[in-house]
Design a protein around this ligand. Structure first.
Ligand code: BG6
Length: 543
């Protein structure tokens, strides 16, 4: 662990007075926090796609926070690589612009950052890169350690890996301990392309060097699923088909495709969210206990769970899924256009912006328990949650009238926003009559860990790649199995018409999605309304 705690005076100020950037007089006393991440080793980080959106929005800000936490070593530097013609100085200016909140520790490092303009398959690019890497080892003290980050368009991932191999860059430099590569999503666009990409990556790097990123795994609330399940005695005995009646995973967004219409047209909700984020969340929620927290032991269990998810025939895939696309509507009081009117979207686009699935997990723990999954853009709220609904009591003592407001016990893992866990259960309403209704017992991260200043997803994952902890990264067999599960849906939908249903923006998806669950006598939770009805704390869900 690092011994260099960071000052969070500014964060505390913001907490006290969210409307103001100006510290108040009472804030003179500076508080320090225990460091949340261990110190990283010296390393030269090479970002391919250095002039792109992801680098500016996620990677550089995460690095700036790591620097200001004191996590980055003095022997840390960045070498940006991209096709945009920039000098070192122009890249550094871009870095500064992308990290306006960067503190002195970050700024002390950025002056040494280098940039290579070049094509991703051209020898000159990699010759220059090599000489920068050697120089960084000599001058900046990066000690021969390398972390490559592929933040380019996916079609060049394999190309870059091959070029690195060809130029002798896939091992550590002189005196170094490691060379690792972080690969962004999407990893493939179907099973065949994922297999081909794994093959290409493995010709350049050993699997132990490859860190496939899924930013959902960097979320504290996702990691907390492991703590909840395996650090507590009370949940595991009921975490199975005997007690759980159904599981619902919701990844709802109120935003549309924003400026990413071009990308989204090639993806859709299945590839964008379900194949990666949803499968990861499901795996952690439903897998067996790993034998240790070692990366491969956790990933072994995730793979086993994914292997137990049923792979439908294309006919079954049609029957068990509902695809939707948003029409114009109103979200949070604002009129928004339909998907087909978004920039870079075809006027007759068949891409799904909503998807509901009914999955089965065929193993002893979950056989017969429906697993419902839904995700969509332009839904009424931004909320990601996993809800486990428990079976009713075998015999209900109270008559229908007294218990009409009683709903099944439900455990809700709120991944975001308003991070926490709720347990809904029945309680007697005070009064003479025996009237029972559902109430909620709540755990809120913000309240329980106030001021904890947790690392965000990218920060955590980049740090883990630097220290060589692959637990939260996706192994090749995991990514392939996730594609095996979703591939039949892609095949089924590629038929003319593809069964697309429409929903007005600001609603919970197409009516057909309700029928998908009603067929089994179930219904979708309304993540916003249900919690409020249960008498729990008022939600602060962002719209
Ligand atoms: C990304 C998707 O992986 O996840 C986006 O490409 C989506 O379309 C985003 O908006 C959602 O992430 P989060 O962390 O906001 O739930």
């Amino acid at each position: 662990m690092t011994t260099d705690p960071i000052s969070i005076a500014a964060a505390m100020d913001a907490e006290r007075d969210p409307g103001s950037d100006t510290p108040s007089a009472a804030d003179g006393e500076r508080r320090t926090l225990p460091p949340v991440l261990s110190k990283a080793p010296p390393v030269a980080m090479v970002i391919f796609g250095a002039s792109g959106d992801l680098t500016a929005r996620k990677i550089l800000p995460a690095l700036a926070r790591l620097a200001d936490r004191g996590v980055l070593d003095d022997g840390f530097t960045v070498i940006g690589v991209a096709r945009t013609e920039w000098s070192d100085d122009e890249f550094r200016a871009h870095v500064t612009e992308s990290t306006p909140d960067g503190g002195p520790k970050w700024r002390a490092l950025t002056g040494r950052f280098k940039y290579v303009t070049g094509e991703y398959d051209h020898p000159d690019t990699f010759d220059q890169l090599r000489s920068h890497l050697d120089e960084a080892d000599r001058i900046d003290g990066t000690d021969g350690n390398r972390l490559y980050y592929l933040a380019t368009i996916p079609s060049v991932f394999g190309l870059v890996a091959q070029a690195l191999a060809k130029h002798g860059c896939t091992g550590p430099g002189a005196g170094g301990n490691f060379a690792r590569v972080v690969v962004e999503k999407p990893f493939g666009r179907d099973l065949d392309s994922a297999l081909a990409l794994n093959d290409e990556m493995h010709r350049a790097f050993d699997e132990s060097q490859i860190y496939r990123i899924d930013h959902y795994m960097g979320k504290e609330t996702v990691q907390n699923v492991l703590a909840l399940r395996f650090a507590n005695a009370i949940f595991e005995p009921i975490w199975n088909r005997r007690y759980v009646e159904q599981v619902q995973v919701t990844v709802a967004e109120s935003l549309g495709v924003e400026h990413r219409g071009g990308f989204y047209e090639t993806a859709g909700a299945l590839r964008d969210i379900v194949q990666n984020h949803v499968m990861q969340v499901l795996a952690l929620t439903l897998m067996e206990s790993p034998t240790s927290t070692e990366a491969d032991r956790v990933r072994d269990e995730k793979v086993k769970l994914l292997q137990a998810i049923d792979i439908p025939t294309p006919d079954e895939a049609v029957d068990k899924s509902v695809r939707g696309q948003y029409l114009a509507g109103t979200v949070d009081g604002v009129d928004v256009p339909g998907y087909r009117a978004e920039d870079d979207v075809a006027p007759d686009s068949q891409t799904e912006t909503y998807l509901a699935l009914r999955l089965r997990v065929e193993n002893w723990r979950w056989a017969g328990v429906p697993i419902y999954v839904r995700t969509g853009k332009r839904l009424p709220a931004r909320v990601t949650e996993v809800a486990l609904t428990f079976r009713q009591v075998p015999f209900l003592l109270f008559d229908h009238r007294s218990s009409r407001d009683l709903r099944p016990n439900t455990l809700i893992l709120r991944i975001q926003p308003d991070e926490g866990i709720s347990l809904e259960f029945g309680a007697k309403v005070p009064g003479e009559k025996f009237h029972i209704r559902s109430v909620a017992m709540d755990f809120s991260y913000d309240e329980a860990f106030a001021g904890a200043d947790a690392a965000d997803g990218y920060e955590r994952l980049i740090h883990d790649a630097m220290v060589g902890d692959a637990t939260l990264f996706i192994r090749s067999d995991e990514v392939e199995q996730a594609w095996r599960i979703v591939d039949p849906y892609l095949t089924a939908w590629s038929e003319p018409g593809g069964g697309l249903h429409f929903y007005p923006a600001g609603t919970w998806g197409p009516h057909m999605a309700d029928l998908l669950v009603e067929r089994s006598g179930d219904e979708w939770r309304n993540p916003v309304v249900d919690l409020e009805l249960s008498g729990g704390r008022q939600t602060h869900l962002e719209q």
